[in-house]
Design a protein. Structure first.
Length: 257
């Protein structure tokens, strides 16, 4: 493994070896992306993001075996509990994701391992893997992911921001509110510049342009670093809901400069 990566080598080794053992000849490639590769990784807080490409469709692989593997790795590395996002997708489905009605299997923070459709909705993930991903096993990302334009990527970020803005926030806890605030800061910068960025970069960029909201963005950063245990007070909670709506609307009306 690349020693410069912030993710512990033993964790990556265990995941790669375990995935290879479960999938065998069905495995095409394993790709690391996200903050561990592109920056903004916070030890003890940030997630580990992997895409695993397989030859058959996900319905044909040993999903139970993969779930046991993931649970075992988490049990042996408890600091990574609820910090893994691993997507499994068939090679054909991924290559034709814009029109394919196939499925993917995913474990992600706050959600159990499950199978879901809508592979076109994951375009921003496919773009980041293709453009920035590190190959842990198999051939390079461009051999399994078709070309995706920056315009398509920005449009996907805009749609995601719209979803965050429309989401029911009445029962969201402090961690989820902080995540939405920082994700919208990142979306705002990405849509304005056309370039991916980390949550921290998005937060700093948005604070410069919306200084009246700097106090709230700082509170969201503190909450994130505390993994949601540092709660927003009532005023911050109300402000976060207003900010989410405001920035989602800004993002919806923006064009790339």
């Amino acid at each position: 493994m690349d020693p410069s990566l912030p993710v512990p080598e033993q964790l990556l080794d265990a995941l790669v070896a375990g995935i290879r053992a479960v999938l065998g000849g069905d495995l095409v490639g394993i790709y690391l992306y996200g903050s561990a590769v592109s920056g903004g990784f916070n030890e003890g807080v940030s997630d580990l993001d992997l895409v695993v490409v397989i030859e058959p469709e996900v319905e044909a692989i040993d999903l139970a075996g993969l779930e046991r593997l993931q649970l075992d790795v988490i049990e042996r590395n408890p600091a990574w509990r609820d910090r893994l996002e691993i997507i499994y997708i068939g090679r054909t489905t991924l290559w034709s994701f814009r029109t394919n009605t196939g499925l993917l299997a995913v474990i992600s923070p706050g959600e159990p391992f499950h199978v879901v459709g809508g592979v076109a909705d994951w375009l921003q993930n496919w773009y980041l893997v293709r453009e920035t991903g590190v190959t842990l096993h198999g051939s390079p990302p461009p051999t399994v992911i078709p070309s995706i334009t920056r315009t398509e990527y920005v449009a996907a970020i805009r749609r995601y921001a719209g979803w965050l803005g429309d989401r029911d926030r009445a029962d969201l806890g402090p961690g989820s509110l902080a995540y939405a605030v920082l994700s919208l800061c990142r979306a705002y910068r990405t849509v304005r510049t056309g370039r991916p960025c980390s949550k921290q970069e998005g937060a700093a960029w948005t604070t410069e342009r919306m200084p009246e909201w700097g106090w709230l963005i700082d509170a969201a950063l503190r909450c994130r670093m505390a993994k949601g245990t540092t709660a927003f007070d009532d005023a911050e909670t109300r402000a976060a809901r207003t900010f989410i709506t405001l920035v989602a609307r800004k993002v919806a009306g923006l064009r790339v400069e």
